[in-house]
Write a new protein. Structure first.
Length: 401
């Protein structure tokens, strides 16, 4: 009997669509084409100097050449607990913190630790590409609540209620959201948290964009909005977006002690501790102030306003105002099926392909986020590139008939 070379579990995992778009754009650039990329969810700023300095110092100190405990440097775990109290009012002990290889590993470990095969997770679509893979790999079943531009991509308790079954174990809650930039009001966060509490659900909440909110929007942590959730809430976070530290790979998971203990056991066999020098850098980041992110937020806010205005000026494109993170998520449904440069793209994936070839602009189609008919544009790129890139898209899409 011939057995498949790749296991069914792993063959079911697809390539990260956002990284694929980014890689394709970089390859075209390397081949000399002037591609402008709106694909990557990565701040264009360098990591602040004082954080880099802390890492340089650590790398010269033999103590940081060794393993740390699998769950992280004790002083970093304490600093993350302190920072969590400072930023979201959620009081936790250092023993409730697990330091992970980026927010991504925290996502995988959270679902691996909470889900048995067949357990259902309610996920609000559009959703970030990594969640479905992490849920499926853990044997979980994703149940989507689909939102759209008419509500600014916000889900209501009534919509969540419709998807509740006796197999539902977890609600995944992400605000500010990747890919839509949607931010729930504190009252909405509390209402959703109370509902999850009443239904006896766990809440996994991804707070990685907590410091990137604009205008009148405020970040509210579901863990503090509904304190009674404390025994059934897992908070995911990291330094990548707040401190422009994507390449350092430091994130964390906060939860009840038994969950953190179990997730730490998993990590101790999979990857052990996060690179010690990176942990030293993260320690400098989370014990420092928030002035660097305040500066980045200003730049992002300016780009956000430009991109939303420019996108909404394109006939057939509809972009609600994103209130957080650094993404715009316009609908392009009105353009599908129209004639453009001799072709007739029927899906947002086909339209994104055409835009990449004809306008040399890379954006991620909504297919990657569970909602075809949309694009995600990251506005974490320089102001000039942003304006030039959207102008090229506008010029091209203006030809659609
Ligand atoms: N959560 C969300 C919502 C994200 O957008 C990202 C990065 N794209 C992450 C977690 C993970 O970030 P990292 O692994 O780089 O820390």
């Amino acid at each position: 009997m011939t057995r498949p070379r790749i296991s069914a579990r792993i063959s079911a995992i697809s390539e990260s669509a956002t990284l694929a778009v980014d890689a394709r754009a970089k390859a075209m650039k390397a081949a000399g084409r002037p591609v402008i990329g709106f694909g990557a969810g990565e701040p264009d700023f360098p990591t602040p100097d004082y954080i880099v300095e802390a890492a340089v110092e650590a790398s010269r100190n033999p103590r940081f050449h060794k393993y740390t405990p699998a769950g992280g440097l004790p002083e970093l775990k304490q600093a993350i607990a302190d920072k969590t109290l400072r930023d979201s009012g959620f009081q936790v002990d250092a023993s409730q913190v697990l330091v992970t290889n980026g927010g991504k590993q925290a996502v995988y470990e959270a679902f691996a630790t909470l889900l048995d095969p067949g357990d259902e997770v309610i996920v609000i679509a559009p959703y970030w590409t990594t969640y479905p893979e992490a849920i499926r790999l853990a044997g979980g079943v994703q149940v989507d609540v689909v939102t759209d531009e008419t509500t600014g991509y916000l889900a209501t308790v009534e919509q969540l209620e419709e998807k509740l079954t006796d197999r539902t174990k977890v609600l995944l809650f992400v605000s500010p959201s990747n890919p839509t930039g949607a931010v729930y009001t504190p009252a909405q966060v509390e209402e959703i948290g109370r509902w999850a509490l009443d239904k006896g659900l766990w809440v996994v909440t991804d707070e990685i964009y907590e410091h990137l909110v604009y205008g009148d929007a405020v970040f509210s942590s579901i863990a503090t909005a509904v304190p009674e959730l404390r025994e059934r809430v897992v908070v995911l976070n990291g330094v990548a977006k707040t401190y422009a530290m994507t390449g350092w790979r430091v994130g964390w998971l906060i939860g009840p002690s038994d969950v953190v203990k179990a997730a730490t056991n998993l990590q101790s066999h999979a990857t052990s501790n996060v690179a010690n020098v990176s942990q030293a850098a993260a320690l400098a980041a989370v014990t420092g102030d928030l002035s660097a992110v305040a500066q980045m937020r200003e730049a992002f806010d300016r780009r956000r306003q430009t991109i939303v205005r420019m996108l909404n000026e394109i006939p057939g494109v509809l972009c609600p105002e994103p209130l957080g993170a650094f993404y715009a998520y316009p609908s392009v449904k009105a353009l599908l099926g129209k004639e453009l440069r001799g072709r007739r793209p029927q899906t947002s994936a086909e339209l994104a392909e055409l835009i990449l070839e004809e306008a040399e602009v890379a954006l991620v189609p909504g297919e990657a986020f569970g909602t075809p008919g949309y694009f995600r544009l990251s506005y974490a790129l320089g102001d000039d590139d942003l304006a030039e890139g959207v102008s090229r898209v506008a010029k091209l899409l203006g030809e659609a008939r």
